[in-house]
Design a protein around this ligand. Structure first.
Ligand SMILES: [Zn+2]
Length: 112
């Protein structure tokens, strides 16, 4: 165990967001600014957290307050949620995250 020098510093502009989304949920680093969704999708595909989308969403509707599989933020009930099926079952995703994910998936499928 060694003390990290990165912990405990929060940019002022992130405070509101961090408070609103509550850092209690699984493994989301709170000491970084919110990453851009395309970057999250790329690294998710890279690490196996996400998969190349083959088919469309199996469900869409208002958010069910579950964390988005792409960005990890809760999908609020005034937002639209898609459920997509992958290797780990059906998982919720923001529409905006889905579209970016979908575009990356299409690129990957075309290039392989
Ligand atoms: Zn999302």
């Amino acid at each position: 165990m060694q003390k990290g020098s990165l912990g405990g510093r929060l940019a002022r502009s992130c405070l509101a967001v961090a408070a609103a989304t509550s850092a209690s949920s699984a493994g989301v680093p709170v000491n970084e600014p919110l990453p851009r969704i395309p970057d999250v999708v790329i690294s998710g595909l890279d690490s196996g957290l996400l998969w190349v989308l083959e088919s469309g969403p199996i469900w869409s509707g208002h958010g069910t307050l579950k964390p988005c599989v792409v960005c990890g933020l809760k999908i609020a009930d005034h937002e639209i949620q898609y459920d997509v099926v992958g290797p780990r079952g059906s998982l919720p995703v923001h529409v905006k995250c889905y579209h970016i994910w979908r575009a990356k998936s299409d690129n990957l499928r075309r290039s392989t």
